[in-house]
Design a protein around this ligand. Structure first.
Ligand SMILES: Nc1ncnc2c1ncn2[C@@H]1O[C@H](COP(=O)(O)OP(=O)(O)OP(=O)(O)O)[C@@H](O)[C@H]1O
Length: 473
């Protein structure tokens, strides 16, 4: 929109300057009127610009409220209907529309105000040019007079367009200013790849982690979240992190990905300090199964394997291992015409699970809304299985599964990721009770670090207290 506004603005400006020059060259006396008119024009435009800019800003803000409310309503349609509050949301929507229209109406009124004033100024100029043509009718050729007057007639429109578009260009430049701010002034992440410091393809081969005096905070104005953490995690160890909400468990887990940079200290994975390598090299080697698994609009297949690296049988195996296969089988049986779309070799192969009416090509809606939270976590687990990382972080990954499924998944994890290091954040203590080690966190520090058995034997242990309060012992 900005380029189009600029184009029309410069076009109108050239017309206004050209016509004014033409009139003053042909009728020298017109300068007597032209100069005061230009001054009046300048001040009127200035007055208009300030008001219009503010109104436009107001309109944008109110419009964004309207759009936000509209999209939130669309996302929460089922909840709104469930609570039978459609009328309230309709009223709110009308209210937001009314408010936005107020600013829009004022903008339209301001433009009308300008049109009237500029129209008068331009008409005075045309009047003078016409008057001078009559007075100087014997001195100037009729053709030239006709030429000047025909141009002068378009002056009111050009003058109005010129000022309006100038204000519009200026208002649209706000967006440019914001983009420039985002691109130049905001701190960006570290380099994705540092060519002179790339880890080998097999890194991390063991999954051994050493954390030395790690301190982290979210921005300099916020309190320190991780305080001087030192811990060594052996290769293939299964470590559970527990602690009260807000004690820094997720922050410790995400520190491996450098989502926020550490304030001080070191995280060393298989001998490499993670701050010395590029973010892409780091992040592609670690797998996270997050609290809020992300699914994309597409199919189950495209969600499991976005870069098309695995065949269907491998994907299906991963789903079956994560206990998702039955669910998909039930929910998404292939229709005959859908079957026709599948590659023939998959359907003819008797050992292929696709023969049992499984559909990896089933639809996954935006944000995976057609799956339950637990199912989304199982799909995320299947993704992790496919990647076969040496280091896997699970942030409450099985929190939304029932206890039995959680246990089954834990067994699967132990079996399938036997040679990987696993760090699991768990609210449910049963999830990590069979792990090799438990780290208990409190207020950004590790207060206990031992095997679950040893911690449970210790009557003063916080972990024991936590197990007691959740009726495990
Ligand atoms: N993006 C953020 N910006 C500022 N502070 C944050 C941010 N994320 C977390 N925090 C703060 O850091 C502290 C630790 O949060 P963190 O999510 O690591 O805790 P947690 O133990 O994982 O909690 P939970 O069990 O509820 O997930 C909290 O006080 C939280 O308010």
């Amino acid at each position: 929109m900005l380029s189009e506004s600029c184009r029309i603005y410069f076009h109108s400006l050239a017309n206004v300057i050209g016509t004014s020059l033409l009139i003053s060259v042909v009728f020298l006396w017109s300068l007597v009127v032209l100069i005061p008119l230009l001054i009046t024009y300048y001040y009127t435009a200035l007055y208009f610009r300030v008001t219009y800019r503010e109104l436009k800003r107001l309109d944008s803000i109110l419009r964004s409220h309207l759009y936000a409310h509209f999209s939130e309503t669309l996302c929460g349609l089922s909840t709104i209907r469930a609570y039978n509050v459609q009328d309230q949301f309709l009223r709110n929507n009308e209210n937001f529309m009314d408010q936005e229209n107020r600013a829009y109406f004022l903008m339209a009124a301001t433009i009308r105000w300008l049109c009237v004033r500029l129209g008068i100024i331009a008409s005075v100029l045309i009047y003078c040019a016409s008057l001078l043509s009559v007075i100087q009718r014997f001195e100037i050729e009729p053709a030239i007079i006709g030429f000047v007057l025909s141009h002068a007639m378009s002056l009111p429109d050009d003058v109005i367009r010129c000022v309006r578009l100038f204000a519009e260009v200026e208002a649209n430049m706000n967006s440019v200013e914001r983009l420039v701010h985002y691109s130049d002034n905001l701190e960006s992440e570290a380099a994705l790849i540092i060519p002179e410091n790339q880890p080998s393809l097999s890194w991390p081969a063991k999954g051994e982690i050493t954390i030395e005096n790690l301190t982290m905070q979210y921005g300099s104005e916020n309190p320190t979240v991780l305080k001087d953490i030192t811990v060594h995690i052996k290769a293939s160890e299964k470590v559970g992190i527990v602690g009260r909400t807000g004690c820094g468990k997720s922050t410790l887990a995400t520190s491996f990905f450098r989502f926020i940079e550490q304030t001080s200290g070191k995280v060393i994975i298989d001998g490499i300090d993670i701050t010395t390598i590029g973010l892409k090299d780091l992040r592609t080697k670690i797998t996270i199964i997050p609290q809020e698994p992300v699914l994309f609009n597409g199919t189950i297949r495209s969600n499991l394997d976005p870069f098309n690296e695995y065949d269907d049988a491998t994907l299906w195996n991963a789903l079956q291992t994560c206990l998702m296969a039955d669910k998909i089988d039930q929910d998404y049986c292939l229709e005959p015409d859908e079957k026709a779309l599948l590659p023939a070799n998959l359907l003819n192969n008797s050992s292929n699970p696709l023969q049992t009416e499984i559909n990896l090509y089933s639809l996954v809606k935006e944000c995976g809304i057609n799956f339950s939270h637990g199912q989304k976590q199982l799909i995320a687990l299947a993704r992790a299985l496919l990647r076969k990382s040496k280091l896997i972080i699970m942030d409450e990954a099985t929190a939304n599964l029932d206890h039995k499924t959680d246990q089954l998944i834990q067994n699967i994890i132990r079996e399938m990721f036997g040679k990987s290091t696993i760090i699991t954040i768990a609210h449910r203590l049963r999830t990590v009770i069979n792990y090799d080690r438990i780290l208990v966190m409190c207020d950004g520090r590790i207060v206990e670090d031992d095997s679950p058995y040893v911690l449970l034997q210790n009557p003063k242990s916080t972990f024991r207290e936590m197990c007691k309060s959740s009726n495990m012992i």
